[in-house]
Design a protein around this ligand. Sequence first.
Ligand SMILES: Cc1cc2nc3c(=O)[nH]c(=O)nc-3n(C[C@H](O)[C@H](O)[C@H](O)COP(=O)(O)OP(=O)(O)OC[C@H]3O[C@@H](n4cnc5c(N)ncnc54)[C@H](O)[C@@H]3O)c2cc1C
Length: 415
Amino acid sequence: MEDSCDVIIAGSGLAGLLALSRLSREKPDWTFTLLEREPWHGGRMRPSLESEGSRSCGLQSASSELYDFVMGTLGPQNANELIQPLKSFGVMIGQKIQELRFEQLTTVDMARAIAGGAATKDWAAIEQILGAERSEDAFNQLWKGDRKSAALVPLEQLAHFWGVPELTGSSIRPLQNGFRDARKGLWTGRWDLLFDEMLSTLRFENRLKVFNRAQIMSAKYEEKTWTVSSTNGTFNSPRMLVAQSPWEAILWLSKDLWPSRLINIASKTKPVSLVMLSELNPFQGLPDVLFVTAEDVQVISLPGQICFQAPLNYELTVQAPAVGKTIKRLKRARKKLSLVYPELGPEGAEHMALLSVGWTHSIHPPEYKWFEKLDATHVQKKHLGFAGDCIGAEGSGDLNLITSVQDACSMLLHG
Ligand SMILES: Cc1cc2nc3c(=O)[nH]c(=O)nc-3n(C[C@H](O)[C@H](O)[C@H](O)COP(=O)(O)OP(=O)(O)OC[C@H]3O[C@@H](n4cnc5c(N)ncnc54)[C@H](O)[C@@H]3O)c2cc1C
């Protein structure tokens, strides 16, 4: 038997749930079907705390813009227990950890902590470039003119935290986004739990059906109706929102149904993966974010969980040696940290996860003009919307997510 509704939402990650909240509020008479491959909702924003299966720490540091968008979309609620601002960060040099306030992350204090007095000389220039409107040339000059500037060492550490694996050849925009977001403050916590109340209210009102373990296998659009087949049933609706990464949706949505510009985005950007060791650990004594500079590793502390991570160009993740080397760095960082904090306990309880594209794509600089011309009408249709961190021209996952949810909803509602 086929199930019908007004909108099928394919994926219950952050984008799908935000869209569900907006659409259901705007159209109180619409019904929704949420199809999700996993047994739970949340996608990549959810930390997987189960004792088996892949484990990650999920969306750790959302920008204030994304935080405001989530809160504004869900309406007034007390989120203080679930989501908190990042308050501290630390730098580990040798066996010494220097802790600073999170507001110092992009300042000369951080530069000094990472690379000593020599790095402070040029830091003001780097701050200026990161804060300026258009400074791609100035950024490139920095490389060509003074490649050995000590200030590039702290910049590289920050870049890795912002999901930029290599400074060489990187566009300045993801760095500028990271800089701007860090200055405004970053937020972390159990984002997935924020949506529980909305989901149960809509289900209680018989406006929402949620199908977990429903991996979508195919979709066709005939006579203004979508027919979506999944491992947990077949569903019909006049509208569908694809709320998952393009490389996942391309497996079941045939290419001729995609807006061509959306396919082009993938070829004009560089995706990023995260290699991560994550462990359940009750130890609370670490800064919220810690740079283990000698290993180029960031350690993120969440309640009950510690994650060791390093970004890697997505293309490199198909090469076993590159991943293997990164894992060794993560393991060495863990070892070094446990020398300083024996309370961390023995190694070996960790779980390794190779996360395809934890962050967004970064745009190849020559393609900026193409991206600037991209607008919602190139991507969104009234019967088919796309939302997620890789949908759009923003060069920042947070902004792509916000813009694509807004655009897709407005097209599905009024297109
Ligand atoms: C470890 C980690 C750290 C991160 N850190 C940051 C950070 O610091 N800052 C930041 O901005 N972003 C970060 N991100 C990225 C952030 O989590 C994502 O931008 C955001 O959660 C994406 O939401 P989404 O809804 O677009 O996609 P997803 O969360 O990927 O949601 C897609 C959903 O679709 C489901 N799905 C996929 N295929 C199918 C199918 N065939 N059938 C049914 N369902 C399917 C998936 O299971 C998933 O639930 C991080 C991600 C990870 C993994």
